[in-house]
Design a binder for this molecule. Sequence first.
Ligand code: CP
Ligand code: NVA
Length: 322
Amino acid sequence: MSTTLRRPSTEQGRSSDRTAGPRHFLDLRDFDTATLRQMLDIASGFKRAGRVTSRPLAGKTLALIFEKPSTRTRVSFEVGMRQLGGEVVVLSDKDSQLGRGESIADTARVLSRYVDAIMLRTDRASKLHDLADNATVPVINGLTEASHPCQLMADVMTFEEHRGPIAGQTVAWCGDGNNVARSWIEAAVRFDFTLRLATPDGLRPPDDLVAWALGQGGRIELTDDAMQAADGARCVVTDTWISMADEPDPVRHTLLAPYRVTNRLMEAAAPDAIFMHCLPAHRGEEVDAGVIDGPRSVVFDEAENRLHAQKGVLAWVMGAAR
Ligand code: CP
Ligand code: NVA
């Protein structure tokens, strides 16, 4: 297997003692289970209330910074903030001074004077942590090359809406050990479910993240056999073979072809197993159309729940729900 495809180490060693500062939402591992549950409970309450809520974030403004493209994250944060009574400012590196070399630290200090929270999507987790270290308002991780925690809040919410409590269940990840897979690992620890990851050797999640998860008592099982991972699982999940931080590389397609989620793979899972995918999807690559467009797929509920889950995160970080 190609070792050049192995991803950089996750930042397990970084300082996570930010207890005295703003309520950042950077990674699931930074929180205890009760706090994550609190955010999901708030999210479910907002979902039940529909579009008209008590506007707990009236007078607040969220800055959204995108250094990478987005459909769901951009729209769900913007709509969610507005539904809670707040406002948004959307920036990219190209239309701000970030693209001309202004530092993340200075950007953090300046934006903190204008807005009440900042979301960043970037392909360098170090930038997210730099932003969080220098902002005096909450910072939210809108995806890095290392993780996608907002996605996992929506994914846990979606699983539980369809199949009840996720604790004690088994989820199978088939494909690249990418940013979303890494957040699934953190979710498995915090929400107490078994996660089987089937990946090619060269695309496994980082050893230090797996070691952290196992050290926390997490039930993380690694294999290179998709059928073995899917066997009896209550949920099969996958993601694109080429993430935004990756260089297009035909080697990836060769390595990942055995991990495509097909109807045959779904038949190895539990009879009532659901299929999940964070989207955007590539039919015929990581998943067959018959699966993602079939009766077991919950991908559009999952996409909808980005809105509700993030409303829970927004209310929590901005102290509208203590
Ligand atoms: N799932 C997700 O984050 O989608 P976007 O890239 O469209 O935001
Ligand atoms: N792994 C994908 C997720 C997109 C939401 C990427 O980083 O491009």
